[in-house]
Ligand binder design. Structure first.
Ligand SMILES: *Cc1c(COP(=O)(O)O)cnc(C)c1O
Length: 234
């Protein structure tokens, strides 16, 4: 690997600054402190050449949605840049739980009993407990994954009993409808279920992260606004 500073591609760092600025402005409008909000740069499908300008600019929190892709991409970049935090977003198969627990610093898609059991087992085996957001099926779209809303209280209880560190709740609202009511509902579910204030809300993507920030997001997951459009994932 070449040790020279990466080419600051036209736009990558400018886009990072623009997204950070928009987060700050949305936080200010809502009377929030932008320091409470973590920008997770979703780098799925993008290679090191696209990611390194952001690392070079000082950004450290990234998200991937496939365990194997992250295993291939990140060890080399982690060796070059200190303090990288990797988040897993998107559906996780139980048979990948141990690999995910070993690689990631945060998991945004805990959503069912089989995965809960597999992660609890992996955490014990590795002696490493990774904070997990419980993904909620906020728009009643089971194909996207997520715990059904009526099952959420029991599922959270099970996660607590299994000693899973709970980072908060996560959602992906249905496409093409105003997302604000879904973000507000996620916040209400967190409070109704006794998740302490300060626990996280992982919500907001490229198209709606400012709305999410205004409604309490602590983690926004932004891909295309930082990296440009992705090729379709096969
Ligand atoms: C890909 C992805 C994102 C980022 O989406 P953009 O619209 O590109 O910002 C956020 N969250 C999840 C779960 C994703 O899979």
């Amino acid at each position: 690997m070449n040790d020279a500073a990466p080419d600051i591609g036209p736009g990558a760092v400018t886009r990072l600054e623009a997204v950070e600025h928009r987060i700050q402005r949305a936080a200010r409008i809502a009377g929030r402190n932008a320091d409470e909000i973590t920008l997770v740069a979703i780098s799925k499908t993008h290679d090191a050449a696209a990611i390194e300008p952001l690392l070079h600019a000082g950004h450290r929190v990234f998200g991937e949605n496939r365990v194997q892709e992250a295993q291939e991409k990140w060890p080399a970049m982690r060796a070059r840049y200190e303090g990288v935090k990797l988040h897993l977003v998107g559906q996780l198969q139980s048979n990948k739980a141990e690999d995910a627990a070993a690689l990631f610093d945060c998991i945004h898609s805990l959503d069912r009993n089989s995965l809960l059991k597999a992660l609890a087992k992996a955490f014990d085996k590795l002696d490493r407990r990774v904070p997990c957001f419980v993904q909620v099926d906020i728009g009643d779209e089971p194909q996207k994954g997520g715990c059904p809303i009526p099952e959420l209280p029991a599922f959270l209880e099970r996660a607590r009993l299994a000693d899973i560190p709970l980072a908060g709740l996560m959602c992906v609202p249905p496409q093409g409808i105003e997302p604000a009511p879904f973000f507000a509902l996620l916040d209400k579910l967190a409070r109704d279920n006794g998740l302490e204030t300060g626990t996280g809300l992982s919500m907001g993507m490229s198209g709606d992260f400012e709305t999410a920030v205004k409604l309490g997001a602590t983690h926004v997951r932004v891909g295309s606004a930082l990296f440009g459009e992705r090729p379709a994932q096969g």
